[in-house]
Ligand binder design. Structure first.
Ligand code: NAP
Ligand code: MG
Length: 477
Protein backbone atom coordinates (compact mmCIF):
# COMPACT_ATOMS: atom_id res chain seq x y z
CA UNK A 1 0.00 0.00 0.00
CA UNK A 2 1.30 3.49 -0.83
CA UNK A 3 2.08 6.14 1.82
CA UNK A 4 -0.77 7.94 3.57
CA UNK A 5 -0.96 11.59 2.44
CA UNK A 6 -0.99 13.85 5.50
CA UNK A 7 -0.22 17.39 4.28
CA UNK A 8 -2.18 20.02 2.40
CA UNK A 9 -1.85 19.70 -1.39
CA UNK A 10 -1.03 23.15 -2.78
CA UNK A 11 0.45 24.31 -6.07
CA UNK A 12 1.12 20.79 -7.30
CA UNK A 13 2.86 19.38 -4.23
CA UNK A 14 2.37 18.44 -0.59
CA UNK A 15 3.10 21.41 1.62
CA UNK A 16 5.14 20.07 4.53
CA UNK A 17 4.97 23.12 6.80
CA UNK A 18 5.78 21.66 10.23
CA UNK A 19 3.89 23.84 12.68
CA UNK A 20 0.36 23.33 11.32
CA UNK A 21 -2.28 21.94 13.62
CA UNK A 22 -3.05 18.28 12.95
CA UNK A 23 -6.22 16.20 13.12
CA UNK A 24 -6.02 12.59 14.27
CA UNK A 25 -7.85 10.11 12.06
CA UNK A 26 -9.35 7.06 13.75
CA UNK A 27 -10.23 3.84 11.94
CA UNK A 28 -13.98 3.36 12.63
CA UNK A 29 -13.68 -0.45 12.53
CA UNK A 30 -10.90 -0.70 15.13
CA UNK A 31 -11.24 2.63 16.99
CA UNK A 32 -7.45 3.00 16.59
CA UNK A 33 -5.74 6.22 15.48
CA UNK A 34 -3.74 5.75 12.28
CA UNK A 35 -2.84 9.16 10.79
CA UNK A 36 -2.28 12.81 11.71
CA UNK A 37 -3.43 15.13 8.95
CA UNK A 38 -2.56 18.83 8.66
CA UNK A 39 -5.48 21.23 9.05
CA UNK A 40 -5.56 24.37 6.90
CA UNK A 41 -6.08 27.80 8.49
CA UNK A 42 -7.80 30.80 6.89
CA UNK A 43 -4.36 32.10 5.76
CA UNK A 44 -3.84 28.85 3.79
CA UNK A 45 -7.24 29.36 2.18
CA UNK A 46 -6.21 32.80 1.01
CA UNK A 47 -2.95 31.67 -0.57
CA UNK A 48 -4.56 28.55 -2.09
CA UNK A 49 -7.35 30.59 -3.68
CA UNK A 50 -4.98 33.31 -4.95
CA UNK A 51 -2.75 30.81 -6.63
CA UNK A 52 -5.72 28.90 -8.08
CA UNK A 53 -6.91 32.21 -9.49
CA UNK A 54 -3.49 32.82 -11.11
CA UNK A 55 -3.51 29.30 -12.55
CA UNK A 56 -6.95 30.01 -14.05
CA UNK A 57 -6.10 33.43 -15.47
CA UNK A 58 -2.73 32.53 -16.86
CA UNK A 59 -3.31 29.13 -18.37
CA UNK A 60 -6.10 26.70 -17.57
CA UNK A 61 -8.95 28.99 -18.69
CA UNK A 62 -7.50 29.45 -22.16
CA UNK A 63 -5.94 26.05 -22.72
CA UNK A 64 -7.02 24.50 -26.04
CA UNK A 65 -9.98 22.18 -25.38
CA UNK A 66 -8.13 19.25 -26.95
CA UNK A 67 -5.27 19.71 -24.51
CA UNK A 68 -7.65 19.83 -21.53
CA UNK A 69 -9.25 16.61 -22.81
CA UNK A 70 -5.85 14.96 -23.02
CA UNK A 71 -4.92 15.91 -19.45
CA UNK A 72 -8.26 14.80 -17.97
CA UNK A 73 -8.01 11.44 -19.78
CA UNK A 74 -4.53 11.07 -18.29
CA UNK A 75 -5.99 11.80 -14.83
CA UNK A 76 -8.63 9.12 -15.38
CA UNK A 77 -5.97 6.54 -16.38
CA UNK A 78 -3.85 7.45 -13.35
CA UNK A 79 -6.83 7.01 -11.00
CA UNK A 80 -7.56 3.62 -12.54
CA UNK A 81 -3.96 2.51 -11.92
CA UNK A 82 -4.40 3.49 -8.25
CA UNK A 83 -7.88 2.12 -7.53
CA UNK A 84 -6.52 -0.19 -4.85
CA UNK A 85 -4.58 2.58 -3.03
CA UNK A 86 -7.61 4.87 -3.08
CA UNK A 87 -9.91 2.09 -1.87
CA UNK A 88 -7.65 1.17 1.04
CA UNK A 89 -7.48 4.81 2.19
CA UNK A 90 -11.26 5.09 2.03
CA UNK A 91 -11.67 1.87 4.01
CA UNK A 92 -9.32 3.09 6.74
CA UNK A 93 -10.72 6.58 7.13
CA UNK A 94 -14.44 5.85 7.03
CA UNK A 95 -14.85 2.11 7.53
CA UNK A 96 -16.21 1.52 4.03
CA UNK A 97 -16.32 -2.16 2.95
CA UNK A 98 -13.40 -2.74 0.59
CA UNK A 99 -15.51 -3.99 -2.34
CA UNK A 100 -17.62 -0.80 -2.24
CA UNK A 101 -14.50 1.33 -1.83
CA UNK A 102 -13.02 -0.20 -5.01
CA UNK A 103 -16.24 0.42 -6.95
CA UNK A 104 -16.27 4.04 -5.81
CA UNK A 105 -12.61 4.55 -6.74
CA UNK A 106 -13.35 3.18 -10.21
CA UNK A 107 -16.43 5.42 -10.40
CA UNK A 108 -14.18 8.44 -9.79
CA UNK A 109 -11.98 7.38 -12.71
CA UNK A 110 -15.06 7.01 -14.95
CA UNK A 111 -16.23 10.49 -13.99
CA UNK A 112 -12.91 11.97 -15.18
CA UNK A 113 -13.16 9.93 -18.37
CA UNK A 114 -16.68 11.19 -19.08
CA UNK A 115 -15.78 14.86 -18.57
CA UNK A 116 -12.51 14.49 -20.51
CA UNK A 117 -14.73 13.58 -23.45
CA UNK A 118 -17.28 16.28 -22.63
CA UNK A 119 -14.76 19.13 -23.06
CA UNK A 120 -14.98 18.95 -26.86
CA UNK A 121 -18.70 18.18 -27.02
CA UNK A 122 -20.12 20.94 -24.87
CA UNK A 123 -20.59 24.41 -26.31
CA UNK A 124 -22.99 27.20 -27.23
CA UNK A 125 -25.69 27.59 -29.87
CA UNK A 126 -26.46 29.80 -32.82
CA UNK A 127 -29.83 31.51 -32.44
CA UNK A 128 -31.96 32.83 -35.32
CA UNK A 129 -32.82 36.20 -33.70
CA UNK A 130 -35.61 38.17 -35.34
CA UNK A 131 -33.54 41.13 -36.50
CA UNK A 132 -31.16 39.10 -38.65
CA UNK A 133 -27.40 39.21 -38.23
CA UNK A 134 -25.67 36.46 -36.29
CA UNK A 135 -26.40 35.56 -32.69
CA UNK A 136 -24.51 32.91 -30.79
CA UNK A 137 -23.79 31.85 -27.23
CA UNK A 138 -20.50 31.03 -25.56
CA UNK A 139 -20.04 28.77 -22.57
CA UNK A 140 -17.21 30.23 -20.51
CA UNK A 141 -15.57 29.15 -17.28
CA UNK A 142 -16.61 30.93 -14.08
CA UNK A 143 -13.25 31.18 -12.27
CA UNK A 144 -12.17 29.51 -9.03
CA UNK A 145 -14.73 27.05 -7.67
CA UNK A 146 -14.80 25.93 -4.03
CA UNK A 147 -15.87 22.28 -3.77
CA UNK A 148 -16.89 21.30 -0.22
CA UNK A 149 -17.59 17.61 0.19
CA UNK A 150 -18.84 15.22 2.92
CA UNK A 151 -17.47 12.02 4.43
CA UNK A 152 -20.01 9.48 3.19
CA UNK A 153 -18.77 9.06 -0.41
CA UNK A 154 -15.60 11.14 -0.16
CA UNK A 155 -13.80 10.09 -3.33
CA UNK A 156 -16.58 9.90 -5.94
CA UNK A 157 -18.19 13.15 -4.78
CA UNK A 158 -14.81 14.94 -4.91
CA UNK A 159 -14.40 13.63 -8.48
CA UNK A 160 -17.89 14.52 -9.61
CA UNK A 161 -17.39 18.09 -8.51
CA UNK A 162 -13.75 18.53 -9.63
CA UNK A 163 -13.96 16.82 -13.04
CA UNK A 164 -16.77 18.87 -14.66
CA UNK A 165 -15.49 22.09 -13.08
CA UNK A 166 -12.02 21.49 -14.52
CA UNK A 167 -13.41 20.31 -17.86
CA UNK A 168 -15.30 23.59 -18.18
CA UNK A 169 -12.05 25.53 -17.61
CA UNK A 170 -12.35 26.45 -13.93
CA UNK A 171 -9.77 25.92 -11.22
CA UNK A 172 -10.87 24.14 -8.04
CA UNK A 173 -10.16 24.40 -4.32
CA UNK A 174 -11.38 21.17 -2.76
CA UNK A 175 -12.24 20.97 0.95
CA UNK A 176 -12.82 17.40 2.14
CA UNK A 177 -14.68 16.60 5.36
CA UNK A 178 -12.52 16.53 8.49
CA UNK A 179 -13.20 12.80 8.89
CA UNK A 180 -12.16 11.88 5.33
CA UNK A 181 -9.33 14.00 3.88
CA UNK A 182 -7.11 11.19 2.58
CA UNK A 183 -8.70 10.28 -0.75
CA UNK A 184 -9.14 13.96 -1.67
CA UNK A 185 -5.42 14.50 -1.03
CA UNK A 186 -4.66 11.41 -3.11
CA UNK A 187 -6.80 12.83 -5.92
CA UNK A 188 -4.74 16.04 -5.90
CA UNK A 189 -1.49 14.09 -5.96
CA UNK A 190 -2.53 11.70 -8.75
CA UNK A 191 -4.15 14.39 -10.90
CA UNK A 192 -0.96 16.46 -10.86
CA UNK A 193 1.21 13.40 -11.44
CA UNK A 194 -0.93 12.84 -14.55
CA UNK A 195 -0.19 16.34 -15.88
CA UNK A 196 -2.68 18.74 -14.30
CA UNK A 197 -0.76 22.03 -13.95
CA UNK A 198 0.11 23.25 -10.40
CA UNK A 199 -2.58 25.33 -8.71
CA UNK A 200 -5.42 24.06 -10.91
CA UNK A 201 -6.66 21.67 -8.19
CA UNK A 202 -5.80 22.60 -4.59
CA UNK A 203 -6.78 20.32 -1.70
CA UNK A 204 -7.32 21.88 1.72
CA UNK A 205 -8.32 19.64 4.62
CA UNK A 206 -9.46 21.55 7.70
CA UNK A 207 -12.53 22.27 9.75
CA UNK A 208 -15.80 23.38 8.19
CA UNK A 209 -16.00 26.35 10.52
CA UNK A 210 -12.50 27.68 9.73
CA UNK A 211 -11.74 26.60 6.15
CA UNK A 212 -15.34 26.38 4.95
CA UNK A 213 -16.29 29.89 6.01
CA UNK A 214 -13.03 31.41 4.71
CA UNK A 215 -13.59 29.72 1.34
CA UNK A 216 -17.23 30.67 0.99
CA UNK A 217 -16.55 34.32 1.78
CA UNK A 218 -13.32 34.66 -0.24
CA UNK A 219 -13.83 37.32 -2.91
CA UNK A 220 -12.00 35.32 -5.60
CA UNK A 221 -14.27 32.28 -5.18
CA UNK A 222 -16.99 32.63 -7.79
CA UNK A 223 -18.91 29.44 -7.21
CA UNK A 224 -19.41 27.12 -4.24
CA UNK A 225 -20.37 23.55 -4.99
CA UNK A 226 -21.41 21.81 -1.78
CA UNK A 227 -22.59 18.38 -0.69
CA UNK A 228 -23.57 17.84 2.94
CA UNK A 229 -26.24 18.72 5.45
CA UNK A 230 -29.20 20.97 4.72
CA UNK A 231 -28.22 23.10 7.72
CA UNK A 232 -24.70 23.89 6.42
CA UNK A 233 -26.06 24.25 2.87
CA UNK A 234 -28.44 26.96 4.08
CA UNK A 235 -25.56 28.80 5.78
CA UNK A 236 -23.43 28.60 2.64
CA UNK A 237 -26.25 30.05 0.56
CA UNK A 238 -26.67 32.93 3.01
CA UNK A 239 -22.94 33.72 2.98
CA UNK A 240 -22.74 33.37 -0.81
CA UNK A 241 -25.63 35.81 -1.22
CA UNK A 242 -23.45 38.70 -0.04
CA UNK A 243 -21.56 38.87 -3.32
CA UNK A 244 -23.95 36.71 -5.33
CA UNK A 245 -21.63 33.77 -5.74
CA UNK A 246 -23.07 30.90 -7.72
CA UNK A 247 -24.00 27.94 -5.53
CA UNK A 248 -24.97 24.37 -6.08
CA UNK A 249 -26.14 22.41 -3.07
CA UNK A 250 -26.55 18.66 -2.70
CA UNK A 251 -28.25 18.18 0.67
CA UNK A 252 -30.12 15.67 2.78
CA UNK A 253 -32.96 13.34 1.89
CA UNK A 254 -35.71 11.15 3.29
CA UNK A 255 -36.39 9.19 0.17
CA UNK A 256 -39.48 7.02 -0.36
CA UNK A 257 -39.52 3.43 -1.55
CA UNK A 258 -43.06 2.71 -2.79
CA UNK A 259 -44.11 -0.90 -3.34
CA UNK A 260 -47.42 -1.68 -5.06
CA UNK A 261 -49.03 -5.10 -4.77
CA UNK A 262 -48.96 -5.51 -8.58
CA UNK A 263 -45.13 -5.41 -8.63
CA UNK A 264 -42.56 -8.15 -8.33
CA UNK A 265 -42.67 -7.32 -4.63
CA UNK A 266 -40.62 -10.35 -3.61
CA UNK A 267 -37.71 -8.94 -5.60
CA UNK A 268 -38.38 -5.55 -4.01
CA UNK A 269 -38.25 -7.13 -0.53
CA UNK A 270 -35.04 -8.97 -1.38
CA UNK A 271 -33.22 -5.91 -2.77
CA UNK A 272 -34.63 -3.05 -0.71
CA UNK A 273 -32.54 -3.62 2.44
CA UNK A 274 -29.39 -2.54 0.58
CA UNK A 275 -31.24 0.51 -0.79
CA UNK A 276 -31.26 1.89 2.75
CA UNK A 277 -28.53 0.01 4.64
CA UNK A 278 -25.71 0.25 2.06
CA UNK A 279 -22.88 2.46 3.34
CA UNK A 280 -24.42 1.72 6.77
CA UNK A 281 -27.30 4.04 5.89
CA UNK A 282 -25.02 7.05 5.55
CA UNK A 283 -26.36 7.87 2.13
CA UNK A 284 -28.32 10.92 1.05
CA UNK A 285 -30.25 8.67 -1.40
CA UNK A 286 -31.10 6.02 1.22
CA UNK A 287 -34.66 4.77 0.71
CA UNK A 288 -35.41 5.30 4.37
CA UNK A 289 -39.23 5.61 4.22
CA UNK A 290 -41.01 2.58 2.81
CA UNK A 291 -44.63 2.65 1.69
CA UNK A 292 -46.00 -0.84 1.07
CA UNK A 293 -49.52 -1.57 -0.20
CA UNK A 294 -51.51 -3.04 2.68
CA UNK A 295 -52.56 -6.26 0.89
CA UNK A 296 -48.91 -7.43 0.79
CA UNK A 297 -47.62 -5.60 3.88
CA UNK A 298 -47.14 -8.56 6.23
CA UNK A 299 -45.39 -11.00 3.87
CA UNK A 300 -43.34 -8.10 2.48
CA UNK A 301 -42.06 -7.06 5.91
CA UNK A 302 -41.31 -10.69 6.76
CA UNK A 303 -39.15 -11.08 3.64
CA UNK A 304 -37.52 -7.68 4.08
CA UNK A 305 -36.51 -8.55 7.63
CA UNK A 306 -35.24 -11.99 6.56
CA UNK A 307 -33.10 -10.35 3.83
CA UNK A 308 -31.82 -7.77 6.35
CA UNK A 309 -30.74 -10.52 8.74
CA UNK A 310 -28.66 -12.08 5.96
CA UNK A 311 -26.56 -8.92 5.39
CA UNK A 312 -22.90 -9.43 6.24
CA UNK A 313 -21.95 -6.79 8.81
CA UNK A 314 -18.30 -6.79 9.83
CA UNK A 315 -14.67 -6.10 9.04
CA UNK A 316 -14.44 -3.67 6.08
CA UNK A 317 -11.20 -5.28 4.89
CA UNK A 318 -13.04 -8.58 4.12
CA UNK A 319 -14.25 -9.00 0.54
CA UNK A 320 -17.59 -10.44 1.65
CA UNK A 321 -18.48 -7.59 4.04
CA UNK A 322 -21.57 -5.63 2.95
CA UNK A 323 -21.92 -3.24 5.90
CA UNK A 324 -19.11 -1.69 7.91
CA UNK A 325 -19.23 0.47 11.03
CA UNK A 326 -20.61 4.00 11.14
CA UNK A 327 -18.13 6.75 10.39
CA UNK A 328 -17.73 8.03 13.96
CA UNK A 329 -18.84 7.48 17.54
CA UNK A 330 -20.68 10.81 17.34
CA UNK A 331 -22.64 9.81 14.23
CA UNK A 332 -23.68 6.54 15.90
CA UNK A 333 -24.86 8.43 18.99
CA UNK A 334 -26.99 10.71 16.81
CA UNK A 335 -28.66 7.66 15.29
CA UNK A 336 -29.15 6.06 18.70
CA UNK A 337 -31.00 9.19 19.83
CA UNK A 338 -33.47 8.56 17.01
CA UNK A 339 -33.86 4.95 18.17
CA UNK A 340 -34.49 6.11 21.75
CA UNK A 341 -37.22 8.39 20.44
CA UNK A 342 -38.76 5.48 18.49
CA UNK A 343 -38.84 3.40 21.72
CA UNK A 344 -40.44 6.27 23.60
CA UNK A 345 -43.13 6.62 20.91
CA UNK A 346 -43.90 2.89 21.10
CA UNK A 347 -42.67 1.93 17.61
CA UNK A 348 -41.99 -1.76 16.96
CA UNK A 349 -38.44 -2.95 16.22
CA UNK A 350 -38.82 -5.76 13.66
CA UNK A 351 -35.06 -6.23 13.87
CA UNK A 352 -31.90 -4.43 14.98
CA UNK A 353 -31.72 -1.50 17.35
CA UNK A 354 -28.53 -2.51 19.15
CA UNK A 355 -24.77 -2.92 18.88
CA UNK A 356 -23.70 -6.49 18.32
CA UNK A 357 -19.97 -5.84 17.73
CA UNK A 358 -17.71 -5.37 20.76
CA UNK A 359 -15.30 -3.07 18.92
CA UNK A 360 -15.79 -0.48 16.20
CA UNK A 361 -18.68 1.95 15.71
CA UNK A 362 -21.13 -0.68 14.46
CA UNK A 363 -24.89 -0.41 14.70
CA UNK A 364 -27.22 -3.23 13.69
CA UNK A 365 -29.48 -2.60 10.66
CA UNK A 366 -32.82 -1.63 12.14
CA UNK A 367 -36.37 -1.99 10.80
CA UNK A 368 -39.03 0.15 12.51
CA UNK A 369 -42.78 -0.38 12.22
CA UNK A 370 -45.71 1.57 13.73
CA UNK A 371 -43.93 4.90 13.41
CA UNK A 372 -46.26 7.89 13.65
CA UNK A 373 -46.23 10.51 10.89
CA UNK A 374 -45.30 13.17 13.44
CA UNK A 375 -42.40 11.15 14.94
CA UNK A 376 -38.78 12.20 14.39
CA UNK A 377 -37.92 8.86 12.77
CA UNK A 378 -40.59 9.44 10.15
CA UNK A 379 -39.86 13.09 9.42
CA UNK A 380 -36.10 13.60 9.79
CA UNK A 381 -33.10 12.26 7.92
CA UNK A 382 -31.45 9.73 10.25
CA UNK A 383 -28.26 9.07 8.23
CA UNK A 384 -27.74 5.65 9.72
CA UNK A 385 -28.94 2.05 9.19
CA UNK A 386 -32.60 2.62 10.02
CA UNK A 387 -35.70 2.19 7.86
CA UNK A 388 -39.34 2.91 8.67
CA UNK A 389 -42.00 0.84 6.89
CA UNK A 390 -45.68 1.74 6.72
CA UNK A 391 -48.70 0.28 4.90
CA UNK A 392 -50.85 2.33 2.52
CA UNK A 393 -54.34 1.82 1.10
CA UNK A 394 -54.77 4.32 -1.70
CA UNK A 395 -52.36 6.00 -4.09
CA UNK A 396 -53.50 9.59 -3.57
CA UNK A 397 -53.20 9.58 0.23
CA UNK A 398 -49.84 7.80 0.00
CA UNK A 399 -48.50 10.39 -2.48
CA UNK A 400 -49.60 13.23 -0.21
CA UNK A 401 -47.58 11.65 2.58
CA UNK A 402 -44.57 11.11 0.29
CA UNK A 403 -44.60 14.79 -0.71
CA UNK A 404 -45.20 16.09 2.82
CA UNK A 405 -41.44 15.79 3.41
CA UNK A 406 -39.39 18.98 2.98
CA UNK A 407 -36.84 16.78 1.17
CA UNK A 408 -36.99 15.53 -2.41
CA UNK A 409 -33.79 13.79 -3.44
CA UNK A 410 -34.45 10.29 -4.69
CA UNK A 411 -36.88 7.37 -4.50
CA UNK A 412 -38.05 4.07 -5.93
CA UNK A 413 -41.39 2.90 -7.29
CA UNK A 414 -42.20 -0.78 -7.67
CA UNK A 415 -45.08 -1.60 -10.02
CA UNK A 416 -45.72 -3.55 -13.21
CA UNK A 417 -48.50 -1.20 -14.29
CA UNK A 418 -46.93 1.19 -16.80
CA UNK A 419 -49.50 3.96 -16.52
CA UNK A 420 -49.34 3.84 -12.73
CA UNK A 421 -45.52 4.03 -12.90
CA UNK A 422 -45.64 7.11 -15.12
CA UNK A 423 -48.37 8.76 -13.03
CA UNK A 424 -46.43 8.25 -9.79
CA UNK A 425 -43.11 9.32 -11.37
CA UNK A 426 -44.72 12.62 -12.34
CA UNK A 427 -46.32 13.11 -8.93
CA UNK A 428 -43.35 12.45 -6.62
CA UNK A 429 -41.47 15.67 -5.83
CA UNK A 430 -37.94 14.39 -6.21
CA UNK A 431 -34.90 14.99 -8.42
CA UNK A 432 -33.96 11.35 -9.00
CA UNK A 433 -36.35 8.38 -9.28
CA UNK A 434 -36.04 4.76 -10.29
CA UNK A 435 -38.74 2.31 -11.31
CA UNK A 436 -38.29 -1.34 -10.29
CA UNK A 437 -34.72 -0.50 -9.27
CA UNK A 438 -32.78 1.34 -6.58
CA UNK A 439 -30.21 2.92 -8.80
CA UNK A 440 -29.74 6.69 -8.28
CA UNK A 441 -26.34 7.67 -9.62
CA UNK A 442 -25.36 7.49 -13.28
CA UNK A 443 -22.27 9.38 -14.42
CA UNK A 444 -24.09 10.48 -17.57
CA UNK A 445 -27.37 11.63 -15.96
CA UNK A 446 -28.21 14.65 -13.77
CA UNK A 447 -28.20 14.11 -10.01
CA UNK A 448 -29.73 16.48 -7.46
CA UNK A 449 -32.75 17.38 -5.40
CA UNK A 450 -36.07 19.21 -5.31
CA UNK A 451 -37.11 21.40 -2.36
CA UNK A 452 -34.72 21.29 0.64
CA UNK A 453 -32.63 18.51 -0.90
CA UNK A 454 -30.76 21.05 -2.95
CA UNK A 455 -30.17 23.32 -5.84
CA UNK A 456 -28.39 22.66 -9.14
CA UNK A 457 -27.25 19.30 -10.50
CA UNK A 458 -24.13 17.17 -10.35
CA UNK A 459 -23.12 14.71 -13.10
CA UNK A 460 -24.12 14.49 -16.74
CA UNK A 461 -24.03 17.50 -19.03
CA UNK A 462 -26.15 19.39 -16.47
CA UNK A 463 -23.04 19.70 -14.30
CA UNK A 464 -21.09 21.26 -17.20
CA UNK A 465 -23.84 23.88 -17.48
CA UNK A 466 -23.52 24.60 -13.78
CA UNK A 467 -19.80 25.27 -14.06
CA UNK A 468 -20.09 27.78 -16.92
CA UNK A 469 -21.33 31.30 -17.51
CA UNK A 470 -23.57 31.72 -20.55
CA UNK A 471 -22.63 34.66 -22.78
CA UNK A 472 -24.76 35.86 -25.68
CA UNK A 473 -23.08 37.60 -28.63
CA UNK A 474 -24.87 39.47 -31.42
CA UNK A 475 -23.02 40.44 -34.60
CA UNK A 476 -24.76 42.87 -36.94
CA UNK A 477 -25.27 41.36 -40.40
P1 NAP B 1 -21.81 18.79 7.05
O1 NAP B 1 -21.52 19.27 8.41
O2 NAP B 1 -22.77 19.54 6.21
O3 NAP B 1 -20.41 18.64 6.29
C1 NAP B 1 -20.23 18.57 4.88
C2 NAP B 1 -18.98 19.39 4.52
O4 NAP B 1 -19.19 20.77 4.86
C3 NAP B 1 -17.73 18.97 5.30
O5 NAP B 1 -16.59 19.15 4.48
C4 NAP B 1 -17.73 19.96 6.44
O6 NAP B 1 -16.48 20.11 7.04
C5 NAP B 1 -18.16 21.21 5.72
N1 NAP B 1 -18.66 22.27 6.59
C6 NAP B 1 -19.12 22.16 7.87
N2 NAP B 1 -19.48 23.38 8.34
C7 NAP B 1 -19.22 24.28 7.35
C8 NAP B 1 -19.37 25.69 7.21
N3 NAP B 1 -19.85 26.43 8.20
N4 NAP B 1 -19.02 26.27 6.04
C9 NAP B 1 -18.55 25.52 5.02
N5 NAP B 1 -18.37 24.18 5.09
C10 NAP B 1 -18.71 23.57 6.24
O7 NAP B 1 -22.29 17.32 7.11
P2 NAP B 1 -21.68 16.23 8.10
O8 NAP B 1 -21.30 16.80 9.42
O9 NAP B 1 -20.61 15.54 7.33
O10 NAP B 1 -22.92 15.30 8.29
C11 NAP B 1 -24.06 15.81 8.96
C12 NAP B 1 -25.33 15.53 8.19
O11 NAP B 1 -25.24 16.00 6.84
C13 NAP B 1 -25.63 14.07 8.01
O12 NAP B 1 -26.11 13.50 9.18
C14 NAP B 1 -26.61 14.15 6.87
O13 NAP B 1 -27.84 14.60 7.34
C15 NAP B 1 -26.01 15.19 5.98
N6 NAP B 1 -25.18 14.68 4.89
C16 NAP B 1 -25.70 14.62 3.62
C17 NAP B 1 -24.91 14.17 2.58
C18 NAP B 1 -25.41 14.09 1.16
O14 NAP B 1 -24.73 13.49 0.34
N7 NAP B 1 -26.52 14.70 0.79
C19 NAP B 1 -23.61 13.78 2.84
C20 NAP B 1 -23.10 13.86 4.16
C21 NAP B 1 -23.91 14.33 5.14
P3 NAP B 1 -16.15 19.35 8.43
O15 NAP B 1 -16.13 17.91 8.11
O16 NAP B 1 -14.80 19.86 8.77
O17 NAP B 1 -17.22 19.72 9.40
MG1 MG C 1 -20.96 18.74 10.44
Amino acid sequence: MSAIPTDLFLDGRFSSELNRRRTTLINPATEEPFAEVAAAEPADVDSAVESAHRAWETGWRDLAPGKRTEILFAVSRKLREHVEDIAQLERQQMGKPIADARDEAALGARVFEYYAGAVTKFGGQTIPVSRGGLDFTLRQSIGVVAAIVPWNFPFPIACWKAAPALAAGNCVVLKPASLSPLTALKLGELAHAAGLPPGVLQVLPGSGAAVGDALVTHPRIRKVSFTGSTEVGRRIMELAARDLKRVSLELGGKSPNIVFADSDWKRAAETSPMSVFANTGQDCCARSRMFVERTIFEPFVEQFVAATRKLVVGDPSQESTQLGPMVSAAQRLLVEEFLADARKQGSAFACGGGRSHPRGWYLDPTVLLDVGLADRCWREEIFGPVVVITPFDDEVTMLNEVNASPYGLSGSIWTNDLSRALRVVRAVESGVLSVNSHSSVHVEAPFGGFKQSGLGRDLGMAAMEGYTELKNVYVAG
